[in-house]
Write a new protein. Sequence first.
Length: 85
Amino acid sequence: MNVVNAAVFTAGIVTAGEWADGRKLSPRFLIGGTFLAVALAGISEISEEVASAFASLILLVVCFRYVPALAFKFGLIDKKPAVWG
């Protein structure tokens, strides 16, 4: 997966997941997003393949964290998932 696409999808899922959990976007979201962008830019200068794999791993972790909350918010599952944090 392209590094830019993975970063954009990650930001979108985190934003929607925070909304689904009933939280507002906080400064830690902006700090974390900036850190992710800088880290991916640095890693992609060294190796595009490693940066792509790292971006995909981050996207996978974000999906495990936020997709259950989104599914509950949209009525796709009946049981509210446990929140991590």
